[in-house]
Design a protein around this ligand. Sequence first.
Ligand code: HEM
Length: 549
Amino acid sequence: MENASSTAPLQPAIHMSPPHSILGAKLLSYCCVAIGTALLLAWLIRSKTQHRAIPVPLYKAPKAKWIFSAETLVKDSYRKVCAFSLRLQHVLRARRPLTTAQFQDRVYQIRGTEGVQLVLPANYVGELKILPEDVLSAKEAIADVREHPGRLPLHRALQSKYTKFSPGHNAELLTLLLRTRLTQNLVRLAPQLKEELEHIVATEFPACDDWTPVKWHPFALRAVTRLSGRAFVGPGISRQEQWMDTSINFAVHVFMAGAKLQLFPEWARPVTQYLVTDLGKIRRDIERATAMIRPVLEERIRDLDSPGCEDPPNDMMQWLIEALPDDEKADVRTQAELQLVVAAASIHTTHGLLCECMYDLAAHQDIQEELREEAHQVLEEEEGWGLKESMARLKKMDSFMREVQRLRGNIVSFLRKVMQPISLSDGTQLPVGTRVVAPLAGIAHDERFFPNPDRFDPLRFYRLRRESAEANNRLQFTSIGDTYVNFGAGRHACPGRFFASNEIKLVLARFVLGYHVRLRPGDERPKPMSIVMTKSPSPNAVLEFRRRA
Ligand code: HEM
């Protein structure tokens, strides 16, 4: 069940192709050191001179904090209290701050590895999320290839020009299919996903007749990959080991290639790309995916011309065949690239949250029992596994997942780049090229939005949802809002969140009904790991499972 690749996105190490001779190796490494030093210098100078471009406060913190403790940095900056107010509080010996936190409601800046970021509190997210892509771009924020040529690694930018991590001209079509066909088909997919999960548990999860230590992270990664694959390419492909490897590792290779390419200035990348071995791995991933998809796609295209056969398959591959323009329907390369992009967007995100949920279940026995009772009633007593509204009726579980995501979710969200000058309601002018982020970790701990914010309260949203019909809709796991940006905001908000919600509920319900889970005696709840803006669940945590009688 071990899968070393599951931790790979967090490794900052740079691995270059082996040179042909020792002399060559030395020359190459000298060159890399020289280029690296020059870039480091340029980066330090540029980021020092550039941060004053927009007249809003800059939160001063060492850059190392951005790399190694971005969550603390975002929380601290968000809560920063005006220095003058602190001095006055001291002089007057007041017990409480004389003003509320200064930064949480205003735009401010943080210096990160990829330059200065403009941080937008919740009220400004509401203001900007309605802007069109040609004014404020999500795509440019992650696929940036022109801006900041001298910036150093671990950049979020995924360098899609080289890594091919982009649905290209089919981006809107793909998002539309996820938002409509995938979401509308959740009920029809439910029995297939349940069957797939049963198969995975039977073949890959230990018997657990007594308390048995299990590494949840690698098991959950394989489970999520198999479930997603069932909905995206169908069981003929999704059950192949090579598909599992390829769809898990494509995202890892893209992340590593993007980070390494950032070591070099843009003008050098057409040449230096050949030093980045991960680009070769990406090409191999695409070739493998193409080879696996080809026979299935050819058969489905043939079936299009023979009406009267059985019902067409109900998966993403089929929806793409139906929706792509005629000249692309049978294009196996297009299908392979789009499938890998969806896998990359869905697997690691869903897996991350599923892990954090299981770690919290193991650490909080009381909520485990509550969720078990609810799942028992909805899914077993009322035989709801195949019923339309069952997953929506798991309201305690829904609240638990939202609370886990609030506290263990990502650090920033709503990454955008300004493409045309923007004037904010407070008069701040955002020039073209400004990068903006929402301080997710700060908003999630703001007591105005979440009373007693540091407390893990799994039924927090369950109680609130009972207060009114409006709250019942607004506070579901999949409901987004300006103070809940875990799935982003506006037109680019995650279109796969309804599928992710059902997938996570399915696995959690199956496990609370089938097993008791706990931490190993003496263990603490596994802590997430974080580097730059990326947070991921502990990969090595061991939990104990015991099958229920
Ligand atoms: C718990 C699981 C997930 C989380 C936390 C998550 C989170 C996000 C976030 C934060 C964004 C960026 C939104 C923005 O910038 O406004 C996003 C976009 C996206 N997500 Fe998810 N996601 C998850 C699962 C999925 C799944 C299962 C799929 C596919 C079935 C998916 C497909 C996408 C796509 C295609 C986009 C790009 C949308 C666009 O740019 O228009 N995600 N997701």
